[in-house]
Design a protein around this ligand. Structure first.
Ligand SMILES: Nc1ncnc2c1ncn2[C@@H]1O[C@H](COP(=O)(O)OP(=O)(O)O)[C@@H](O)[C@H]1O
Ligand SMILES: [Mg+2]
Length: 262
């Protein structure tokens, strides 16, 4: 079953065509990786999906429903969540508060009205705290217990990336978009995050679109890989076929970039 689809989507900024007539479909429970050199348009695709940018042309469908005209919060409520390449954590807030605050955006429109009416503020906060603890537990020992009340700035870079994923999980998405989750991680952390992304799909029944430069991660977990260059799809298929496709190799060489393998 197709969960998510882009149909002939285009986007330009000024004179720069950043996404060109891009079509792709993602099946429920699939892990699809988007690769391509810096500037290929990968993050822009996530920004279009999540409603941060509006496409100039084309359609975006989720669960058979067009997302056109919906804002970021509406799209989040439908079940699409993301992480950011440049993390969006509140570094001076505690770990648990960072995760809890991600829930409030989901219900923001009615949240204060509901709690004011029912006087259920404390209860609601307890519920959200429990949910946040449950999301953090997914990452094993490292973000739980005494860590809850530590400021996010005290975390290692790898743990900040994990916290960013925990925040995305707070909205209980069906489709999770991960923008370079292994960036800045060492080889061991990279292996762990690869395993974790697989668990997100298997244990939480998620569908995942992954942007990643590390070909160890991409090769390790992708059901399918789509390569972009200059906003266009230049290859699609299984990892081995795409990673050895001459157009893909040329796209990376043309930008003097390596397909990283840690
Ligand atoms: N808001 C924006 N305004 C102008 N140009 C942008 C904007 N967002 C992205 N771009 C440009 O679009 C191109 C693709 O960027 P991006 O999607 O971030 O690439 P990638 O994630 O593949 O590295 C780049 O040339 C970038 O400078
Ligand atoms: Mg990017």
């Amino acid at each position: 079953m197709v969960l998510f689809e882009l149909q002939n989507v285009s986007k330009h900024f000024g004179g720069l065509q950043v996404v060109k007539d891009l079509s792709l479909a993602v099946e429920k429970n699939e892990i699809v990786s988007l690769i391509g050199p810096n500037g290929a348009g990968k993050t822009t695709v996530l920004n279009l999906i999540t409603g941060l940018y509006k496409p100039d042309a084309g359609k975006i469908l989720f669960d058979g429903r067009p997302l056109s005209g919906m804002d970021v919060h509406q799209i989040t409520r439908l079940g699409i969540a993301r992480t950011f390449q440049n993390l969006r954590l509140f570094l001076n807030m505690s770990i648990i508060e960072n995760v809890m605050s991600a829930a409030y955006s989901r219900t923001s429109a009615n949240w204060f009205q509901i709690i004011a009416r029912t006087g259920g503020f404390w209860k609601e906060e307890q519920r959200i705290r429990q949910l946040a603890e449950q999301k953090l537990a997914f990452f094993g020992e490292r973000l739980v217990g005494y860590r809850y009340d530590q400021p996010a700035y005290s975390l290692s870079y790898a743990n900040r990336r994990r916290l960013e994923i925990a925040r995305a999980m707070m909205t209980e998405p069906k489709l999770l978009l991960l923008d370079e989750p292994a960036a800045g991680m060492n080889p061991k952390e990279t292996q762990e995050i690869t395993h974790l992304i697989g668990r997100l799909r298997d244990e939480l029944d998620l569908t995942i679109i992954l942007i990643e430069h590390d070909m160890g991660v991409v090769g390790g977990i992708s059901d399918r890989v789509i390569a972009l260059d200059h906003g266009e799809k230049i290859a699609e298929g299984n990892f081995d076929a795409v990673a050895t496709d001459p157009l893909v190799i040329e796209a990376y060489l043309g930008r003097n970039e390596n397909m990283v393998r840690k």
